[in-house]
Write a protein that binds this ligand. Structure first.
Ligand SMILES: O=CC(=O)O
Length: 311
């Protein structure tokens, strides 16, 4: 029998891949950089956000492709990949519908105060304090989407159906959509009631959402983050929320996960979630197909299914 193609699985901390059996029927999986096979490995399967530093890459002189399993690839040294001509794939379309649904869920929760109202009822406050304060309607709101990629586009689709007005910021204006484009994030904020953050975390987007952006968004403004925590200056976000400089936030991601600033626990205008926006059994099943598809495409010299643009 021909030898199976080698795939190094990079999972830190070590992690049981649920579809290992399926992968093992097609590929020879190696699970350590120290393996004698490592110098010959051409593909690295990167599980979750396991960091792939230039040091990791140094152990893999024959590497040509990193098959990723997440939407964001900020844990991979992309500059080094670019320099060495290593291609990178991500979760592509696998996570976009569930990620978008979750962003809308957080948004409706913040606007209509669903989680806060749930706490109110459970605490027995309804009979004592009476009616809960009104939340506000989603339809008709101006929503600025920061990052109109796979997830952002699905968010836009859903919000159009809710009757919202969409505008966006991204690296470049997209010819495929007619939504107003703002190259300047403060201008987008000043013309939005809501900002939804779902762009890639890079050197350029680190702390993209700072106090100036929140001030431009204004006191009635809401921020939803399903991208990465460090896209927002978290200290400034906490201050703006505490001081009522914005109205509320729905946050699935944080700067130092799993640590969440304690101040947020006290705020009724914030909905918190433990970085689970994209995660459903369905999205993981779709991801498994994509991973196998990317590995098979690589080993048969076909185009990868979800390459990341490293330019
Ligand atoms: O946050 C999750 C992902 O990037 O897949």
């Amino acid at each position: 029998m021909d030898e199976l193609p080698l795939v190094l699985v990079h999972a830190l901390p070590p992690f049981e891949i649920s579809f290992k059996g399926r992968l093992q029927s097609r590929f020879q999986l190696i699970d350590s950089l120290d393996s004698t096979f490592a110098p010959h490995v051409s593909v690295l399967l990167c599980v979750g956000p396991s960091p792939v530093s230039s040091d990791t890459l140094r152990h893999l002189p024959s590497l040509q492709c990193i098959v990723g399993s997440s939407a964001g690839v900020d844990h991979i040294d992309l500059a080094e990949c670019r320099r060495r001509g290593i291609t990178v794939t991500n979760a592509g379309p696998s996570f976009c519908e569930d990620g978008a649904d979750f962003a809308i869920g957080l948004l409706i929760d913040v606007l209509r105060r669903i989680s806060a109202a749930d706490r109110y009822v459970r605490a027995g406050l309804w009979p004592m304090k009476g009616d809960y304060p009104l939340g506000s309607k989603l339809g008709g709101k101006r929503v600025g989407i920061v990052g109109l990629g796979n997830i952002g586009s699905e968010i836009a689709k859903r919000l159009v159906a809710f009757g919202c007005r969409i505008a966006y910021n991204s690296r470049n204006k997209k010819s495929s959509v007619s939504f107003p484009y703002y190259a300047n994030i403060c201008n987008l904020a000043a013309n939005s009631d809501i900002l939804i953050i779902c762009c890639a975390l890079t050197k350029e987007t680190h702390h993209l959402i700072n106090k100036d952006v929140m001030t431009a968004l204004g006191k009635e403004g809401v921020i939803i983050n399903v991208g990465r925590g460090a896209l927002i200056n978290e200290k400034e976000l906490v201050q703006c929320l505490e001081q009522g400089q914005i109205r509320g936030a729905g946050l699935d991601v944080f700067e130092n996960e799993p640590d969440v600033p304690k101040e947020l626990f006290e705020l009724e205008n914030v909905v918190l979630s433990p970085h689970k926006a994209i995660a459903t059994p369905e999205s993981f099943a779709s991801l498994q197909e994509l991973i196998v598809g990317n590995l098979e495409a690589f080993f048969s010299n076909k185009p990868l299914l979800s390459p990341v643009n490293l330019e």
